[in-house]
Design a protein around this ligand. Structure first.
Ligand SMILES: Nc1ncnc2c1ncn2[C@@H]1O[C@H](COP(=O)(O)OP(=O)(O)OP(=O)(O)O)[C@@H](O)[C@H]1O
Length: 313
């Protein structure tokens, strides 16, 4: 099956300003594809070209096999786009907004079903200005979906929402994907990208700086693992030296009973097994994992990443 979205060496300038220098990526049917990047990286410009809202200066773009530059109307019928901070007239009611947007499309979705999916049924007669931030955001998603799109582009979906509203919105995006819609999610939040994306591209200065599943990006190329543990009563260098002699272990540092070990993919079981043979039981084990934020810092060249602790339960 051919990809739903194919972007090949896209370039877009605004006068002297290069907004998108060189972006290539593909999005497969049914995935949530994250586009992550700092402010001004070129994310919004990329999706605007994709949706036929802007003309590219170079490269090619295909959405569902159609060139949005050549046939913007054909693309707009099949794509739902929710742009940053879309504002509606204050007095427009939820139901009216949906009816208005539905009238733009040849085969609109059922507005009541959509309201139900988005938890807005009770707000059908509420004016836009009287909705909470989270409800306004959900309405903007409903408006992106009312045309029954095959692809939904959601830009800065959860900016300004409280933590609970963000989590609710994430669950909603997953439900949208599960209903068969391919989702392109533009965000500058690492947690959002990591939690939701099946695959993601990190865009920096108008270029793709990294691309893959969140796990692939976090794992990196070298497959180095690290963890910390406490060995009650074991404070001598002899324990550290014995661990260092194991095949899978690359380094061992210790400060009293606290040990930090790095090594290959099997380092953790190898160490635990070796300790068990010597009747030493680690009291507390914490893996030290890279986060997407570490990767982001790395690819944008800001500084060396620091591992983040995660207690194993
Ligand atoms: N209409 C425009 N005219 C001139 N410059 C623009 C225009 N739109 C965007 N730019 C510039 O192009 C660059 C890329 O902008 P874009 O909005 O695509 O980035 P972004 O990654 O979406 O950023 P943000 O997360 O802040 O929305 C920025 O430097 C921006 O200032």
């Amino acid at each position: 099956m051919s990809p739903v979205i194919e972007i090949d060496h896209l370039r877009k300038t605004y006068g002297e300003k290069v907004a998108v220098a060189d972006v290539s990526l593909t999005v497969e049917r049914g995935e949530i594809f994250g586009i992550l990047g700092p402010n001004g990286a070129g994310k919004t410009t990329t999706v605007e070209v994709l949706a036929g809202l802007r003309q590219a200066d170079g490269g090619s773009v295909r959405l569902l096999g159609v060139d949005p530059q050549a046939e913007p109307a054909a693309v707009r019928e099949r794509v739902g786009i929710q742009l940053q901070e879309a504002k509606l007239p204050a007095k427009l009611r939820v139901g009216e907004a949906l009816a208005l947007y539905a009238s733009f499309y040849p085969h609109p979705a059922d507005a009541d079903e959509l309201l139900d999916l988005l938890g807005l049924t009770e707000k059908k007669d509420t004016a836009f200005a009287d909705l909470s931030g989270g409800q306004q955001q959900r309405l903007s998603i409903a408006l992106a979906l009312i045309g029954n799109p095959e692809v939904a582009i959601l830009d800065e979906l959860t900016t300004g929402l409280d933590p609970q509203a963000r989590r609710d919105t994430w669950a909603l995006v997953e439900r949208v994907r599960d209903s068969g819609v391919t989702v392109v999610l533009v965000t500058h939040f690492m947690d959002e990208a990591e939690r939701l994306s099946d695959r993601l591209a990190i865009i920096v200065d108008g270029r793709v700086a990294a691309l893959g599943t969140p796990a692939e990006l976090v794992r990196g190329s070298e497959h180095e693992r690290a963890f910390r543990m406490r060995l009650p009563g074991e404070t001598s260098d002899a324990v550290a030296d014995a661990l260092l002699a194991l095949d899978d272990v690359h380094s061992v540092r210790h400060d009293g009973e606290e040990y930090e070990v790095t090594g290959g993919e099997r380092v953790l079981p190898a160490v635990v097994l070796d300790l068990a043979r010597r009747d030493i039981v680690p009291d507390e084990v914490r893996t030290l994992s890279r986060t997407l934020e570490d990767v982001f810092v790395e690819v944008s060249g800001a500084s060396v990443p620091t591992p983040t602790e995660e207690v194993l339960r």
